[in-house]
Write a protein that binds this ligand. Structure first.
Ligand code: GLN
Length: 277
């Protein structure tokens, strides 16, 4: 088994994939029923497993994201189905979940997630707050399909609803206690500079934030006081270089206050939070 692992990792490394050993391990883990085979130098793959593994490695050599190849990805305490219709959840986004949980008591409350994607943010919050309910909005039918699959798999379907449409699509359902979002925030011209896994396989709709990357925030900020109860909390993910611009943009916004920028574990600006009047 070690030989197989080494040979496949070398192929991934040649395709410029950094964590080649770990990735091969993930692939094997998805294929092998018996985890013990990992550590057994004499274990052999049967033909089906060998073919599956070959397909996975070939896809990964073309820089398809590992999450798409495995079909699911870990976020917070959850395992979420992913596809090319949604962003693969990133660990940076867990910071947003942490901040929103800090603002959520244990009482019943109503959470709005704009651009729900996999449901990573909303479902993490609901998994931690059994009395909370949530609504996910997304423009993409494909994303809503994945979110629905995830809600069912996590037994959350009785506590979530979905609406297909733009940022303002859920205004009829207001007011909410909390608003969360990881909107598209990459400046259009930057997209071609991203890693192939992102630019070639993740949905543009979830990445492209317009000329300066801030279009989504210009649309969402004015909606915050309309969506939230007075004193309601919001947390939006932001790009590492957008903290100052978004702080100013939010400061100029009527009816939001106590704006703060928070950093992710790497020390980069990652979340803007505040309250609605
Ligand atoms: N963090 C993502 C990336 O850099 C972008 C996420 C987003 O635009 N919301 O690939």
């Amino acid at each position: 088994m070690f030989k197989v692992r080494r040979a496949l990792a070398a192929r991934l490394r040649a395709a410029k994939i950094e964590d080649a050993d770990i990735e091969v391990r993930h692939m094997l883990r998805a294929i092998l029923a018996n985890g013990a085979a990992f550590a057994d130098p004499d274990a052999c793959l049967d033909e089906t497993a060998a073919t599956q593994l070959e397909t996975m490695v070939t896809r990964r050599e073309r820089r398809e994201p590992l999450s798409h190849i495995l079909g699911s990805w870990g976020f917070w305490s959850l395992d979420l189905a992913v596809s090319s219709d949604v962003l693969t959840p990133r660990p940076e986004t867990e910071r947003l979940v942490e901040l929103a949980l800090g603002a959520l008591g244990n009482d019943p409350c109503n959470i709005l997630d704009l651009g729900i994607g996999t449901g990573a943010i909303l479902f993490s919050l609901l998994s931690e707050r059994p009395l909370a309910r949530g609504l996910g909005v997304d423009l993409s039918p494909g994303a809503l399909k994945i979110a629905t699959t995830n809600a069912q798999a996590l037994n959350l379907e009785e506590r979530v609803q979905f609406i297909e449409g733009p940022w303002e699509a859920a205004l009829d359902m207001a007011p909410f206690d909390v608003l969360v979002s990881n909107p598209p925030y990459i400046a259009s011209a930057q997209i071609s500079t991203l890693e192939p896994e992102v630019r070639a396989y993740e949905p543009m709709l979830a990445l492209d934030g317009g000329a300066d990357g801030l279009d989504a925030y210009r649309a969402i900020f004015p909606l915050i006081p309309r969506y939230l109860k007075p004193g309601g909390f919001f947390a939006l993910e932001i790009g590492a270089d957008q903290g100052r611009a978004l702080f100013n943009l939010a400061q100029n916004q009527k009816n939001v206050y106590k704006i703060e920028i928070f950093q992710d574990l790497a020390g980069r600006d990652r979340v803007i939070c505040g309250y609605s009047r």
